[in-house]
Ligand binder design. Structure first.
Ligand SMILES: [Zn+2]
Length: 169
């Protein structure tokens, strides 16, 4: 019997259809979301990995699953996280307090997901056979997703500047 497959709405990863349901805010298939949960569990179990990449993993996954019911506020905040880490060189563990300050805004722009998708997904991270590879893959994945969103980089930088959370802010 052939396995029935389902594409994730956000990142496009193709996985065997399961009985699972996912109806929360991210624009993700239930199968993709469960893979993300496994990645998070692996990061929570390893303090080093957690410190190095956890925030990158969360922000990258969220941004790659924009669209559908995913609120503008969430997409913008996670994009700001990527910008702070990848452009300003803020360490992943230093990002959450900055994003908390950003979250006080009341008005959020709507940013349409880019047509070009990053080719890497959470699936590529799941395939990593060591902690080192896991960390490397997350970085490559984050870079790709951030690049895919280049049409909106200007808006994201403005959000950061506006909230005075940038390095020089
Ligand atoms: Zn996905």
């Amino acid at each position: 019997m052939a396995l029935q497959m389902r594409d994730c709405f956000g990142c496009g990863v193709k996985m065997p259809l399961s009985e699972r349901n996912y109806d929360q805010k991210f624009h993700a298939s239930a199968e993709c979301w469960s893979l993300f949960e496994e990645i998070l569990a692996a990061e929570f179990q390893n303090p080093l990995l957690f410190g190095q990449v956890h925030q990158l993993t969360v922000d990258t996954y969220a941004v790659q699953h924009a669209g559908g019911q995913h609120p503008d506020k969430s997409v913008c905040i996670h994009l700001a996280g990527l910008c702070l880490m990848l452009e300003s060189g803020v360490a992943p563990v230093g990002v959450p307090p900055l994003l908390q300050r950003l979250a006080n805004r009341t008005i959020w722009p709507h940013l349409d997901p880019p047509e070009e998708r990053a080719s890497l997904t959470v699936y590529d991270v799941a395939l990593a056979d060591s902690l080192q590879t896991h960390a490397l893959r997350v970085r490559e994945w984050a870079e790709q997703v951030w690049q895919a969103w280049s049409p909106h980089h200007g808006v994201v930088r403005e959000l950061i500047k506006d909230s005075s959370i940038g390095r020089n802010g």
